[in-house]
Ligand binder design. Structure first.
Ligand code: AP5
Ligand code: MG
Ligand code: ZN
Length: 220
């Protein structure tokens, strides 16, 4: 079977990480989230973490050369052989061009780019109410997606915390950065015929169902 190389794109809070978790489990492909990679590096206080932290705290993008470097390395690992899902990358035209180049050198190409569409007012509600498990990274929401474990993670009983960039102020800067630097990529992928828009305003399970249908239509 052909490899399945997916990108999930959309503004902060659209539900990329939430849907990526389902999709990767079902398709048995690795979930490559640059945001998660940076957060792990910050937690472990590595050089990468130190380099990324100030940008993340301001809601700005980490410089392209840093981000491209970690993705290039990640895509050289064995577990991506049957495919991968990129979540939060590429986010600039420079990153998109670098990704093309990396994939070309590997003799591979993007299968589909899934764009999760959600209006801005809803995004702020989602971001400011989000809770994340400190141990396994599972994502919940104080109102829209309660943890079955109550105060703790429903999967591993880990502690739930609010991401430091989920304050209203930083969320607003992230949305502005998305509009300025990432939204232009949509035209680029639309022109390639690979872009599929998904209505991300529906309940989580309905969004997942729409995603499955899009993948099935592509024959994956
Ligand atoms: P990153 O971690 O990628 O954050 P983001 O793009 O801002 O996206 P989020 O993770 O906030 O949103 P999501 O779409 O994953 O939503 P989720 O599923 O959690 O990046 C963080 C930072 O790292 C960046 O600001 C930057 O500094 C740096 N960075 C990362 N990648 C980079 C790159 N390529 N280049 C440069 N810098 C980079 O859902 C959100 C909430 O909504 C949750 O509470 C969830 O439970 C709830 N929810 C989900 N779906 C629904 C639904 N359908 N209905 C109701 N609630 C829902
Ligand atoms: Mg995410
Ligand atoms: Zn957990």
């Amino acid at each position: 079977m052909a490899d399945i190389n997916l990108i999930i794109i959309g503004p902060p809070g659209a539900g990329k990480g939430t849907q990526a978790a389902f999709l990767c489990r079902e398709q048995n492909i690795p979930h490559i989230s640059t945001g998660d990679m940076f957060r792990l590096a910050v937690k472990n206080a590595t050089l990468l973490g130190l380099a990324a932290k100030s940008y993340m705290d301001r809601g700005e993008l980490v410089p392209d050369e840093v981000t491209i470097g970690i993705v290039r390395e990640r895509l050289s690992e064995k577990d991506v052989a049957k495919g991968f899902l990129l979540d939060g990358f590429p986010r600039t035209t420079v990153q998109a061009a670098a990704l093309e180049e990396v994939l070309l050198s590997l003799g591979r190409e993007i299968t589909l780019v899934i764009n999760v569409v959600v209006p801005e007012a809803e995004l702020i509600r989602r971001l400011t109410g989000r809770l994340v498990c400190r141990s396994c990274g599972a994502t919940y929401h104080r109102v829209f997606n309660l943890s079955p474990g109550g105060e703790v993670c429903g999967i591993c009983r880990g502690e739930l915390y609010q991401r430091s960039d989920d304050s209203e102020e930083t969320a607003l800067s992230r949305l502005a950065v998305y509009q300025r630097q990432t939204a232009p990529l949509l035209d680029y992928y639309a022109a390639s015929g690979k872009l599929r828009n998904i209505d991300g305003l529906k309940p989580i399970a309905e969004v997942t169902a729409e995603l499955r249908a899009v993948l099935a239509a592509k024959g994956t």
